[in-house]
Design a protein around this ligand. Sequence first.
Ligand code: CAA
Length: 264
Amino acid sequence: EGKEYESIHATIVGDGTVGLVTLDRPKALNALSHALMVEVVDALQAFDASPKIGAIVITGKGKAFAAGADIKEMKDKTFVDAYASRFVHHWNAVTAIRKPIIAAVNGYALGGGCELAMMCDIIIAGERAQFGQPELNLGTIPGIGGTQRLIREVGKSRAMEMVLTGKHFMGAQEAAQRGLACRVVPGEDEALVAEAISLAKEISKQSKPVVALAKESVNTAYEIGLTEGVRREQVLFYATFGLQDQKEGMSAFVEKRSPEFKDK
Ligand code: CAA
């Protein structure tokens, strides 16, 4: 499966069970141009539709994960251009992907880069990861979830500090301490990506429909209040009892063996 892209690479790794998207505009620090994000969404949707793939990893080549939306492309837009074309609206498609996405953040994740990472389900930070929302330095504000998601991850004061100053970036250790990232992987980018792929492989071993239900349920916590969220979780929980994989998983536990999920 070798679809060719201009600004990214999309490959299948992890014994065929993991889709890997590598942002590849290192000279522009992987600035998220319109064309690049169209490719990212296309690759994610293709992996989402592929039956063998259980999880997806996204990372950046070079010293950045992504240094934000492409400033050169945006700078001359008028309000009407921006509002009428909704030029970042298509990024939201990332949040509609049903398979888990792991962001392996190797370096700068700034502005739209930080926002893209936060649209993923799990962030693993390389030791050089730097998260920041520098939009105010450019006379604009975060535009694809930065003011909404960051506060939930790092708390209001720290989010406000980052957004309002455009500086005070967050390093890998702090990101992990605050829960923005699940862990820090020391060493080179290869080690980071290997760790992300290994986590994606682990997820791929689970029943795919159950993983999709679980992801949907956890993400519900982002969208709505607690009572409604718990109600929805229960419906999704009951839904798993319609799956052979639930019968297999629970039987295997009782019979003291490993389950063999059939994704149905
Ligand atoms: N858009 C377009 N080009 C970018 C870019 C971006 N977001 N970030 C970096 N580049 C380009 C630079 O223009 C430069 O190109 P040239 O070689 O052609 O001059 C190249 O990448 C390398 O960058 P630097 O020379 O600046 O590298 P550095 O190591 O000195 O600095 C940096 C690194 C601190 C990350 C710096 O590049 C920087 O501040 N980048 C901009 C970060 C930013 O403001 N991001 C927010 C964008 S707005 C946004 O994302 C809106 C939204 O919420 C949707």
